[in-house]
Design a binder for this molecule. Structure first.
Ligand SMILES: [Fe+2]
Ligand SMILES: [Fe+2]
Length: 306
């Protein structure tokens, strides 16, 4: 796989020389798929969490695009090229998750209220100065990159999921890894005249705020979807918390990389996971083909009793 050296950004010493080239794979998924209510292994908790994520993607990714495009004119040519590829990838992701969300609606979930809340959150973010919108974007792009790594490094997560759905999430994940540094490099460029401490303080503060809001909002929306399944109460809240923090524990598993964001010299490519992109492109990542010995079992298919 090719490697490149970044030129023209601030703090060149902070920016690793390795990164993945950004390939726009314009793919379509699941248009003919039969609507499935609990599409993640028959597990309502796992399904609600992923549907909650997917419901937020189209508007969220549209915001990321605007945040990064706002700085494209000023960017050096290599970064401007990466911004263009980033935009094309995110546009495709939004289109495919809109189609996926239609599948969830066809399975009788009502996403209207969730979509309205996400629209409100995006509108609220756009009230910030444009550098603030970019700061929120780099935090959320770090979340997508962390999730993407988990999905691809542990493909058993989607074992048992219909291939057209698993393929969508893997495709999205691999492109998130490829472009994980584009918003961040745009941030470094946009703040190149700032003192390092000022830049660190603002991005760290925004990450703390984004984290609290992300977990609260995605969990609330997942619980709302579970309520549409007729599943509610304290036990379901506890099961969602266990799903996120216990087993498989996606939030627990990303904790070290979340902490890494607060290092003064953080850069997304200081975690070199190009091998996941390569494995995807060569077909080595397939459902059920656990690549790492430290993977986790797929969620159990079960229905809470309350
Ligand atoms: Fe995306
Ligand atoms: Fe992204």
């Amino acid at each position: 796989m090719r490697t490149r050296v970044r030129h023209g950004t601030a703090d060149a010493g902070m920016v690793p020389a390795v990164r993945s080239p950004i390939t726009v794979r314009d793919a379509r998924f699941g248009r003919e798929a039969r609507p499935l209510r609990w599409w993640v292994n028959g597990d309502p908790i796992a399904t609600a969490w992923h549907n909650s994520l997917s419901a937020s993607f189209p508007r969220g990714e549209a915001m990321f695009i605007e945040a990064v495009k706002a700085y494209r004119e000023d960017a050096p040519p290599d970064l401007a090229g990466e911004i263009r590829a980033f935009v094309r990838q995110e546009v495709n992701h939004s289109r495919e998750h809109l189609a996926f969300n239609r599948m969830a609606e066809a399975a009788a979930y009502d996403l209207t209220a969730i979509d309205k809340r996400v629209a409100g959150l995006v509108a609220e973010t756009f009230e910030l100065p444009r550098i603030g919108v970019l700061g929120v974007t780099i935090a959320l792009e770090h979340f997508t990159a962390m999730f993407a790594h988990e999905f691809l490094a542990h493909p058993r997560h989607f074992a048992g999921v219909a291939e057209e759905h698993a393929a969508l999430w893997r495709w999205h994940a691999v492109e998130e890894i490829e472009h994980k540094a584009v918003a961040y490099d745009t941030w470094l460029h946009a703040t190149r005249s700032w003192r390092r401490t000022k830049r660190w303080r603002l991005r760290s503060l925004l990450m703390l705020i984004v984290t609290a809001r992300f977990i609260r909002n995605r969990s609330r929306d997942a619980l709302e979807l579970l309520a549409q399944d007729g599943i509610g109460g304290i036990r379901v809240r506890a099961r969602l918390a266990w799903y996120l923090l216990g087993k498989p524990g996606i939030l627990r598993r990303i904790l070290p990389q979340w902490c890494a964001y607060f290092r003064p010299g953080f850069h997304p490519w200081k975690r070199d996971n190009r091998e996941l992109v390569e494995a995807f492109d060569t077909g080595a990542i397939l459902p059920g083909a656990e690549r790492s010995g430290r993977g986790f079992a797929p969620a159990e298919a079960s229905l809470p009793s309350s």
